[in-house]
Ligand binder design. Structure first.
Ligand code: NDP
Length: 621
């Protein structure tokens, strides 16, 4: 995904090869690269991640749960469970499912939201949907005997599926919803975790799995005057339908007489802007960097196709997709969508095809050049699409992304660009500078004040801040050491799942594991792996599991060695959460702590380790 960018035009021999491989290039790669770098330079800021404000204190209302009735109370719990799972999103649900299947019945889910669903509980904004194919993305489809309605599911269906998983595995029975952890402390005498919550609970658990989610803590831009605004305002992950009217499918009737402003044109902004454009009296979109908008092409599930599927089909499809989007080859492309198309052109698959054409292996330089030129071609297509859809050429120009495909998350949408053909919609392109100031009446951008009735922040989620800050609590392990201290110089784990000094505490999600486009795939692999480890230890009558100090050291060294690839690629990218807002040398970018083997090999490493059977690297007692 993040191949090192090479030098264009290394040698004449290579230039000739590229023309042979890619056909005539109707653009000047050197000029394009210069344009990319100058666009990046416009956006680089000294304050990097610090430009955002943490949602605490006077900002806390931005993360209040709008989907629950106020006044919920319950008696505090002082009991004990065998397994506590923190987080009721896909990570927590998969972990619970795999633990139940492994014979663990005493499982308690703890979740701050009012229900299961995680990101799909919070993100109910109009137009919310998943742009990874539903047949791969929705977990446990065969277990639940459920077939999604469309190739790409809309948010309400995904939320409902999450609740159905919880029902199927009886997870409501013992769950603590609307409950946030405040402290988690290892009690050596009982060899259990003491979990304290904002509901006054002080419960014990033998095993704890942390499934807090990678993008769960909303962030706000630290724009001057952000607290001065007197109109209505909210973050997209807490959509206020009482104000806008309507629901996730649109129909925002209350906005008919409103001037609405939205800051942010990432994957979220792209999905909700068409609905705002349809319903608001006036819509102002404040853009700092345009997203890359490729073709969506959604469609209803063909019931005839669904009946042809054989048991095991979902795993087969997920593996096929994962291999293709990780640069591997497959005889058939089962998903055949924008993701697999991009990856076919921009990864090792393209290099393999080129090698076949040339009758020899590509050199490292040739391979990098091929990737870079293919990337330019792909992004030229995306830019041309904006020209073709948007009627006003000057607006189309502002919507063109000038960076390589994976500098930011690719977006796929068939109505977004068309929204800018509406008379009531104004694109306020800030030329990479962002909004200047927020006032009591609206905001100032490009030196001009825009008066607004409602201001919506589609400004994303914290990445690159500390794990414990994002979780909202610290963990105190054996000997009183906190996780924030243990990880003060970076994540320290074994296999991304356990840490020395924190027995029976397991991390799900992107803590030194492998990332893939289909996030639930990675979560499922982690959940299966952990259920295997915990189940095996229990069978042997062992009570504690943790990474040995040596195994952790070795694993951290392996991560640092393998995860460095892509650093040059990201240094040349426009800022965003993928590259820690463009701060070179900062190791907190989204991909900086992942295992460099990539998901296919990484999952195989875990599988081989399980097959070996000796639980090497873990201390068990
Ligand atoms: P992002 O972080 O991707 O986008 C935040 C947006 O806010 C960017 O456009 C950013 O501009 C803009 N912004 C921030 N500060 C300012 C400012 N001061 N002035 C103007 N603009 C500003 O967040 P999203 O919520 O859009 O998406 C987060 C992630 O959630 C996605 O990357 C994706 O992984 C996931 N997602 C997945 C979906 C799916 O279909 N599976 C759907 C939606 C989200 P700039 O780019 O210049 O920084």
């Amino acid at each position: 995904m993040c191949s090192e960018s090479g030098k264009t035009g290394d040698t004449d021999m290579q230039a000739a090869n590229m023309a042979e491989l890619l056909g005539d290039l109707d653009f000047d790669p050197v000029a394009l690269k210069e344009k990319y770098l100058s666009e990046r330079d416009k956006r680089i800021r000294d304050d990097g991640n610090q430009q955002y404000v943490e949602i605490t204190a006077e900002f806390s209302r931005y993360i209040d749960d709008p989907y629950v009735d106020p006044g919920f109370t319950r008696d505090p719990l002082f009991d004990e469970v065998e397994v506590a799972i923190i987080g009721g999103g896909f990570g927590g649900l998969l972990m619970a499912a795999r633990m139940k299947e492994a014979g663990f019945d005493d499982v308690r889910m703890i979740e701050k939201a009012g229900d299961f669903g995680g990101t799909w509980y919070w993100n109910r904004y109009p137009g919310a949907m998943c742009d990874v194919e539903s047949y791969c993305y929705l977990p446990l489809l065969e277990e639940l005997n459920y077939m999604p309605k469309n190739k790409y599911s809309f948010a309400p269906e995904i939320l409902e599926h999450s609740k159905n998983i919880a029902r199927h595995y009886c997870l409501y029975e013992n769950a603590c919803l609307q409950t946030s952890i405040t402290n988690m402390t290892w009690e050596q005498s009982s060899q259990k975790w003491i979990i304290e919550t904002d509901r006054g609970d002080k419960m014990r658990a033998r095993y704890v799995a942390m499934a807090n989610g990678p993008l769960s803590r909303p962030k706000l831009p630290g724009i001057k005057g952000i607290n001065d605004y007197e109109g209505h305002t909210f973050h997209t992950s807490r959509w206020d339908y009482n104000y806008t009217g309507g629901n996730s499918y649109g129909n925002l009737t209350n906005l008919k007489d409103k001037r609405v402003g939205i800051i942010g044109t990432g994957a979220t902004g792209v999905q909700c802007i068409p609905h705002l454009g349809e319903w608001a009296k006036e819509l102002y979109v404040f853009q700092r960097t345009p997203s890359s908008i490729d073709v969506r092409n959604n469609g209803e599930t063909d019931p005839n196709w669904a009946t042809t599927l054989k048991p095991g089909w979902q795993k087969e499809r997920m593996d096929n997709f994962n291999t293709l989007v990780s640069g591997g080859d497959q005889e058939v492309d089962l998903v055949a969508d924008g993701w697999t198309d991009i990856m076919r052109n921009l990864t090792g698959i393209a290099a393999k095809i080129a090698s076949r054409k040339l009758g020899r292996k590509l050199t490292k330089g040739e391979r990098a050049e091929l990737m870079e030129l293919s990337d330019y071609k792909k992004m030229n297509f995306v830019r041309k699409r904006a020209e073709e859809i948007v009627n006003d050429p000057s607006i189309a120009e502002k919507l063109k992304p000038w960076y390589r495909q994976f500098c930011k998350r690719p977006c796929f949408h068939d109505e977004y660009l068309d929204t800018y053909n509406r008379d009531n919609v104004t694109l306020v392109d800030t030329q990479g500078k962002g909004v200047d100031e927020i006032t009591s009446k609206g905001l100032i951008a490009n030196g001009k004040e825009f008066e607004l009735d409602c201001l919506i922040f589609a400004t994303g989620f914290e990445v690159g801040t500390s794990y414990t800050r994002r979780a909202g609590y610290d963990i105190v392990g054996r000997g009183g050491q906190s996780l924030s201290e243990h990880w003060s110089e970076g994540l320290r784990t074994f296999q991304g799942l356990t840490s020395h000094g924190f027995p029976n505490c397991f991390f799900l999600v992107f803590t030194q594991t492998a990332i893939t486009v289909n996030v639930p795939h990675a979560l499922n692999e982690q959940a299966k792996h952990l259920a295997h480890i915990i189940g095996n230890a229990k069978k042997q009558g062992l009570h504690t599991i943790e990474a040995s100090a040596i195994a952790e050291d070795e694993y951290v060294a392996e991560i640092h060695k393998t995860a460095s690839s892509g650093s040059r690629f990201y240094a040349e990218c426009t800022p965003g959460y993928y590259n820690s807002e463009g701060q070179r040398g900062n190791t907190a970018g989204f991909f900086s702590n992942m295992h460099g083997a990539g998901p296919v090999k990484f999952f195989k490493i875990l599988e081989d380790w399980r097959a070996q059977g000796d639980m090497q690297g873990l201390e068990l007692s």
